[in-house]
Design a protein around this ligand. Structure first.
Ligand code: 5GP
Ligand code: MN
Length: 344
């Protein structure tokens, strides 16, 4: 039987469904999870959404937010493990490698449930029974929309679901600016508006909900923590634990900061190094021709998309940054010469 038909058959009777997404979920991760959850609830399934960590408060408006279990909270973790063990189906959204969900990864690998993977990141691991995956999609939310339509359920997409899905597409295209903003993106978004998504309200919730501390933190980071290496077409931020504490940084407060480095004229590679409890978190962004996901995967135990990727380091902040500069210096030819860049 064709894969989609098998998946559809799985969903034809009420199931216990466990949905999860990548650590530190963004709007696409949470929007695809809650968009899918609200749809599956309407279809009569029992649904639990579990995130491997907390997420920014500017996503709290999404329907179903109150019921999301945060695996880092002991009381939520207990219930999440119980739900995972009971699950008939597990949906993995907006990630394709199981190390993106921390400890949940191994539990998912060992589960006997029917596993569904919906995602748009490159180099997926094989761990699912049904994969709805395309790197051509700008966002997992775009794929969720396409999948619901292919299942013949467009009419079940209500305003709440449309808004969850719109949020992920808006942010993963950088506000409809990145090269992934395809005709299909605009067609899907047009449908979501038709189904009730309030675009200015969503933009306001996501982009215009800064705290004074966050705005001051951004000002501080640009003034004091930005390093520009014009000779390497590279600019990056180095943010210490102390800096984050000083500005009472909350989850999501560093999101978007790296884009200021990329916005500089002549800069093709931008990075943000932030010192967290569990090591150095790195965000990479690049101009169209530079494949930053390959760089992240080769040197910083990470990955992502061609022009937006992430990674981590267990070394000190200083050593990580020194290594980064050295690597960029050494791999300049490979990084900045379009001939050697593999297509998406
Ligand atoms: P961000 O810089 O916003 O945290 O992440 C940028 C993109 O890279 C996102 O699509 C995110 O899912 C992906 N990404 C971030 N960190 C990692 C990582 O450690 N491994 C992989 N495979 N992808 C990552
Ligand atoms: Mn995404």
């Amino acid at each position: 039987m064709e894969a989609l038909a098998t998946f559809q058959k799985e969903l034809s009777s009420p199931k216990k469904i466990f949905i999860t997404t990548h650590v530190k979920p963004d709007a696409d991760a949470l929007g695809s999870s809650l968009g899918m959850a609200n749809y599956l609830l309407k279809k009569g399934h029992e649904v639990t959404v579990v995130t491997p960590s907390d997420y920014p408060s500017f996503l709290n408006w999404m329907k179903g937010n109150e019921e999301v279990l945060d695996f880092t909270k002991p009381e939520d973790q207990k219930l999440a493990i119980k739900k995972l063990k009971q699950a008939d189906m597990i949906f993995c959204l907006d990630f394709s490698v199981l190390n993106r969900v921390n400890e949940l990864g191994e539990m998912i690998r060992e589960s006997n449930a029917y596993i569904v993977n919906i995602d748009h990141h490159q180099d997926p691991e094989e761990f699912s029974n049904f994969k709805f995956w395309s790197t051509q999609a700008a966002a997992t939310c775009e794929l969720v929309y396409d999948l619901i339509v292919q299942l013949g359920d467009r009419e079940l997409i209500d305003k709440d679901i449309a808004e969850c899905l719109y949020a992920g597409i808006m942010t993963d295209t950088g506000g409809f600016r990145h090269p992934n903003t395809t005709k299909n993106v605009h067609l899907v978004v047009a449908e979501l508006i038709d189904l009730g998504a309030n675009v200015s309200q969503i933009a306001n919730w996501i982009y215009d909900s800064n705290s004074v501390n966050r705005l001051k933190f951004i000002g501080f980071a640009i003034t004091r923590r930005l390093v520009v290496r014009e000779d390497l077409h590279t600019a990056y931020f180095v943010i210490s634990k102390k800096d984050l504490k000083k500005y009472q940084s909350r989850t999501g407060d560093t999101e978007g900061l790296v884009n200021y480095a990329l916005s500089l004229d002549g800069i093709k590679l931008a990075a943000l190094f932030s010192e967290r409890e569990d090591g150095i978190k790195i965000s990479f962004r690049s101009s169209t021709e530079v494949a930053v996901n390959k760089f992240a995967a080769s040197y910083f135990n990470g990955g992502g998309h061609k022009n937006a990727a992430g990674g981590k380091s267990a070394q000190s902040l200083k050593d990580t940054v020194e290594l980064f500069e050295k690597l960029v210096e050494e791999s300049q030819a490979e990084l900045f010469h379009s001939e050697s860049i593999t297509a998406d």
